[in-house]
Design a protein around this ligand. Structure first.
Ligand SMILES: Cc1cc2nc3c(=O)[nH]c(=O)nc-3n(C[C@H](O)[C@H](O)[C@H](O)COP(=O)(O)OP(=O)(O)OC[C@H]3O[C@@H](n4cnc5c(N)ncnc54)[C@H](O)[C@@H]3O)c2cc1C
Length: 400
């Protein structure tokens, strides 16, 4: 007996999307609006499962277009809580504050997780309104037919750990690039309407996570007089990598599964949604996703990786100088950041060295504690089984 799918022209076959994160849901919305039948298969029992109600920032500097305008133009309506952030305080390695203000939002503050108002719930609601079928508790091991892979990070080469809490502190956004608080990265504090997220975002020394988180907490509490109530710990991991080819088994790979994340600062949301939209458009219009990725995503990824090398090579005096430049009177920080993220002389020069330096994922020293529950140990338990069992088939024959 013939497979039912064989009677259908390829363009009408339902599309399966693996993973209901921002990349998978953005992709599903665009495909459904384009008339395709879409099924999203999600491992967990809800969207946003790997997040905890923590605040994140949707960056507004990596492209000349405002990120919400860009989403709306693609057909994604921002039906989630978001707050434009025009001002942030950046502390350098010596604890000196630099005020960065911008007429255009620097980023939009969002909440992640499964609670109402989160980005994840907003995207889910829109996908369901477009008649996308989202199947929860459905961990995919094999796929067949047209498939898009959006299953999130494969390994951890950046981690964030800290606290979620309630507070009477004023709303605001603060970060520090003191490398004692966050090796290779930055510590951040985001407060909005009585809720706060404080974390250390680390690119190195994962085995000393607890120590760095404690230092970050002490720093913000002492510097700003922050008081935290009903605090709970949270943590997560991410992947940035030099994807050589955005296809796996012939299927488009989007979002963090493909390593699409800003290597300098760990921002992956805009990449996730824009790569999902790009993959959907390519499928609808019959374009080659790999070629579109090479044109629209790869140059920014390369710049992020070059920026990471430059950041790691600079000393703390140069970090302070860079912050002073962003905060300088009369400067447009969004414009400056845009230039930082656009391929130009220094990043073009640095890229081959960065590509060599980061050719393999970083070999992090594993945590040495027995029965530990730090982010490093948790990601080892969560990711390794996921990757080793996840395979995809391209020819439509499911051999399971
Ligand atoms: C603590 C933390 C803070 C962050 N802060 C920011 C920030 O401020 N700004 C920013 O831009 N980015 C931030 N990021 C990164 C950002 O959250 C990610 O880049 C983004 O969520 C990636 O979206 P995604 O859709 O690719 O993957 P995910 O959001 O990980 O979604 C993937 C989905 O696939 C599902 N899945 C996995 N395997 C399977 C399977 N086999 N079968 C079915 N389903 C599967 C997962 O359950 C998950 O729901 C942060 C990350 C962390 C951890």
């Amino acid at each position: 007996m013939q497979n039912r799918a064989e009677h259908k022209p390829a363009g009408e076959e339902p599309v399966t999307i693996v993973g209901a994160g921002p990349s998978g849901l953005a992709c599903a919305i665009i495909l459904a609006r384009g008339g395709r039948k879409v099924e999203v298969r999600e491992w967990k029992d809800s969207v946003g499962h790997r997040f905890h109600g923590d605040f994140q920032g949707l960056d507004n500097w990596s492209n000349s277009e405002d990120c919400l305008v860009e989403l709306a133009a693609s057909g994604i309506t921002p039906e989630f809580e978001r707050t434009p952030v025009h001002q942030t305080t950046a502390f350098d390695g010596k604890g000196k504050a630099h005020e960065i203000r911008s007429p255009r939002p620097l980023y939009y503050l969002l909440r992640r997780g499964s609670a109402p108002g989160s980005l994840d719930r907003g995207l889910l609601a829109q996908a369901e309104a477009e008649a996308v079928e989202v199947r929860f508790n459905d961990r995919v091991h094999r796929t067949h037919g047209p498939t898009i892979l959006a299953a999130g990070p494969r390994r951890a080469n950046v981690i964030a750990a800290g606290y979620l809490f309630e507070t009477n502190h004023e709303n605001g956004s603060w970060f520090s690039i003191d490398q004692n608080l966050a090796p290779g990265g930055y510590a951040y504090l985001l407060v909005h309407q009585g809720r706060g997220t404080l974390a250390s975002c680390m690119y190195d020394n994962f085995d000393r996570q607890a120590n760095h988180v404690q230092l970050a907490r002490t720093f913000f509490c002492e510097k700003l007089g922050l008081e935290m109530h009903n605090e709970r710990k949270f943590g997560g991991y991410g992947t940035w990598s030099l994807a050589q080819f955005p296809l796996q088994g012939g299927h488009p790979v989007i979002g963090e599964q493909a390593g699409f994340q800003d290597a300098l600062a760990g921002f992956g949301l805009r990449y996730a949604m824009s790569s999902g939209i790009l993959a959907a458009r390519c499928l609808l219009e019959g374009h080659d996703y790999a070629a579109a990725w090479r044109r629209e995503i790869l140059p920014r990824l390369k710049t992020g990786i070059a920026n990471r090398l430059i950041f790691e090579t600079m000393g703390s005096a140069a970090h302070s100088w860079a912050l002073r430049g962003l905060a300088g009177a009369g400067n447009d920080p969004v414009n400056r950041l845009q230039r930082l993220y656009a391929p130009q002389g220094l990043t073009r020069l640095a890229y081959p060295f960065a590509a060599w330096r980061y050719r393999k994922s970083r070999q992090q020293r594993a945590c040495s504690q027995v029965d530990c529950n730090c982010v490093w140990c948790r990601q080892q338990r969560a990711i390794i089984p996921k990757v080793s069992t996840f395979t995809s088939q391209i020819d439509g024959t499911d051999t399971s």
